[in-house]
Design a protein around this ligand. Structure first.
Ligand code: HEC
Ligand code: HEC
Ligand code: HEC
Ligand code: HEC
Ligand code: HEC
Ligand code: HEC
Ligand code: HEC
Ligand code: HEC
Ligand code: HEC
Length: 392
């Protein structure tokens, strides 16, 4: 964070400036109330003919707001879209920027008088992007990180729709502490299909109802300003660790009574082992064994006992069949899932395991006693033989 931009003095001095500003405001408010203006359709609240050429003082939001709080003002952009130019002064004043004395002209550095300089942006999209250039002046860190993100990359390739600062942060009304549910809604403005799925998922649903602090938001899995392409082999191979950050954390999972062995059992399983090896040996190749998301889904993860869950018994076989097309009911039924065998889960495997756990040590102990006594016997025999020789 840098200090707000330095505000240059004006050669004419503040007194004249303020007077000029006042005059500007006065003239504007007169013209704004002229019958011609009032009769104009809302989309065409175009500038008055008798525009005000005086410079607007840099320190004063008042001059800008005198005009920009007039209700329902709009302007037509070159491509025919309508830009809404009315602001809520109170909401601006209580925003992070308004509250920290960041003023209109700190961001709108190119607007010094009315009529404003001709607008270069041709569309709403370009208005948002052009005005977002200024953010980096005060938020260098976020801007530098954002430069590495998939959105910046896509924009560099010509995708105008990819997000810029002002898509995710309302520059005029951004508040310090946003409700958690606002974040997926922000992403959902452009990724609406995904947000729809997320809203109905085990992760998303509680976020919207009670701001659930433990459930992952989009940014917990994708990052904030450093969002990467999630379809690369690297991202996918690391994804089990992403889930495990929460799901292997007993403290975090305690309120939900969810099994926290999900990662260890996954890695111990042939599937996880292969994925782990894959990530080590060939980081650029997509793993072909199932990741957590292949069985559970991604944005549509359901509670495992929901009828819609991809892993509930009734649907599990179909999930396995995505990769094991010839699998039958026994195939998925015989799988241990995330359970370490116990008398409740897979008792047969548990007792066979228990048998081996008891049988092996007993056998080894028995063998050791046998070997030790055998060596002992050999030693005694040798010593007796030596004594016999010595006795002669
Ligand atoms: C005299 C009235 C008036 C004053 C003062 C005024 N504006 Fe405007 N502004 C307008 C009107 C009307 C529009 C709609 C487009 C047009 O007529 O130029 C507009 C459009 C804009 C736009 C969107 C289009 C563009 O050109 O970027 C921005 C941003 C803007 N004003 C910012 C400001 C800022 C910042 C100030 C104070 C430094 C300010 N305005 C002062 C009347 C005013
Ligand atoms: C923190 C920087 C910042 C400050 C401070 C700021 N603006 Fe803006 N303004 C922007 C950005 C960014 C946009 C483009 C928003 C968009 O189109 O999504 C914008 C757009 C506008 C527009 C065009 C309509 C719109 O909402 O897109 C008007 C009018 C405007 N600002 C007026 C003002 C006035 C008046 C003030 C002071 C009360 C002000 N701005 C303060 C950054 C700022
Ligand atoms: C003139 C300097 C300046 C400019 C330009 C500016 N900001 Fe800020 N911004 C600030 C200050 C000062 C704060 C309040 C102090 C803080 O929280 O870091 C702030 C706070 C914020 C916050 C909240 C930070 C938090 O901790 O919650 C966000 C988000 C933000 N700005 C986004 C933007 C965006 C997006 C733009 C471009 C449209 C922008 N800013 C342009 C100075 C600026
Ligand atoms: C795709 C959406 C998105 C874009 C684009 C984006 N941000 Fe953010 N930003 C967020 C979210 C979400 C948070 C809140 C993070 C949190 O609550 O942990 C945030 C937080 C912030 C903060 C608060 C401090 C921090 O780092 O957490 C600042 C300041 C900020 N952003 C500035 C910017 C600036 C400047 C840009 C453009 C260079 C930008 N953001 C682009 C989504 C975005
Ligand atoms: C202004 C629109 C916009 C907003 C807001 C936005 N995005 Fe995006 N994002 C895009 C566009 C456009 C793409 C290009 C790919 C596409 O069309 O899905 C993209 C791509 C992505 C990708 C990469 C997809 C791929 O297939 O490579 C991820 C991940 C992503 N966004 C996450 C987020 C998250 C998380 C948020 C909220 C913090 C967010 N986006 C907010 C427009 C946006
Ligand atoms: C629990 C972690 C998690 C959460 C929460 C999450 N994602 Fe994802 N997302 C992923 C993973 C993993 C992938 C990669 C899936 C693949 O392509 O195989 C992905 C893929 C994507 C993609 C690119 C692929 C596509 O389907 O277009 C976008 C865009 C995206 N996510 C946006 C979002 C948004 C927006 C949200 C919030 C509404 C969100 N994600 C929440 C884990 C998550
Ligand atoms: C081969 C498919 C498969 C893979 C891979 C997989 N799971 Fe599961 N998962 C299941 C099945 C089936 C269940 C339901 C177990 C039951 O209740 O019988 C389940 C249950 C769960 C549960 C609920 C546990 C509970 O206590 O109810 C969580 C959380 C979970 N898995 C997370 C993960 C994570 C994290 C990963 C990756 C590290 C993962 N799963 C990998 C199939 C899979
Ligand atoms: C930020 C922490 C966090 C991350 C990251 C996370 N989860 Fe979750 N997950 C939760 C919480 C908390 C719940 C319980 C939500 C509730 O029931 O209110 C949950 C619920 C689930 C459930 C439903 C369990 C049940 O039966 O109720 C499954 C399955 C699951 N997660 C799988 C995954 C997978 C797969 C990933 C990785 C792609 C993942 N989670 C990433 C926190 C997380
Ligand atoms: C994303 C694809 C995928 C999904 C989904 C999947 N598997 Fe596999 N599975 C594999 C691959 C690849 C191997 C081979 C691993 C190796 O050879 O190391 C494998 C190996 C196995 C093996 C070892 C024996 C064999 O046939 O090679 C069993 C048993 C198995 N999977 C069971 C299951 C069960 C049960 C499910 C459903 C709960 C399931 N798999 C879902 C890809 C998948």
């Amino acid at each position: 964070m840098r200090e707000p931009l330095k505000r240059g003095g004006h050669p004419l001095g503040p007194g004249i400036l303020a007077a000029g500003g006042l005059l500007a405001v006065l003239l504007w408010s007169m013209s704004a109330q002229s019958p011609a203006q009032a009769a104009a359709p809302p989309q065409a609240a175009t500038p008055t003919e008798e525009g005000i050429a005086e410079e607007v003082p840099i320190e004063s939001n008042q001059a800008c707001l005198e005009c920009h709080t007039q209700p329902d003002q709009t302007m037509m952009l070159a491509n025919g879209e309508t830009l809404y130019v009315t602001l809520d002064a109170a909401q601006f004043a209580s925003s992070v920027h308004g509250a920290e004395a960041v003023v209109c002209r700190d961001c709108h550095t190119d607007i010094t008088a009315y009529p404003h300089r001709p607008l270069e942006a041709q569309s709403l999209r370009q208005v948002t992007a052009a005005n977002s250039q200024i953010c980096q002046e005060c938020h260098e860190g976020e801007a530098a990180r954002q430069m590495d993100s998939i959105h910046a990359e896509l924009r560099a390739e010509g995708n105008e729709d990819a997000a810029v600062c002002a898509d995710c942060h309302n520059p005029h009304y951004q508040v310090k502490v946003e409700p958690r549910a606002r974040i997926p809604v922000t992403c959902g403005r452009c990724h609406s299909g995904i947000e729809q799925e997320y809203r109905l998922s085990a992760h998303g649903a509680p976020v919207y109802t009670d701001e659930h602090a433990d459930s992952p938001l989009c940014i917990d899995c994708h990052g904030v300003h450093t969002i990467q392409d999630p379809t690369t082999a690297q991202f996918l191979a690391r994804s089990p660790q992403l889930c495990a950050r929460c799901h292997a954390d007993p403290e975090r999972m305690a309120p939900y009574s969810l099994n926290t062995d999900v990662l260890t059992t996954y890695v111990a399983d042939f599937h996880g082992t292969t994925t782990t090896l894959f990530a080590r040996q060939t980081p650029d190749q997509l793993p072909n064994t199932p990741l957590c998301i292949d069985c559970h889904g991604i944005h549509n993860i359901q509670p495992v006992d929901s009828a819609e869950s991809a892993v509930i018994k009734e649907n599990l076989l179909a999930t396995c069949q995505k990769c094991h097309p010839n699998a039958s009911q026994n195939f998925s039924g015989a799988w241990l899932s995330h359970y370490t065998p116990s008398p409740e889960h897979n008792p047969l495997v548990y007792y066979v395991g228990l048998f081996y756990r008891m049988f092996v040590p007993v056998t080894v102990a028995g063998m050791s006693v046998y070997v030790a006594s055998d060596i002992g016997r050999q030693l005694i025999r040798r010593r007796q033989a030596a004594r016999r020789k010595g006795g002669k």
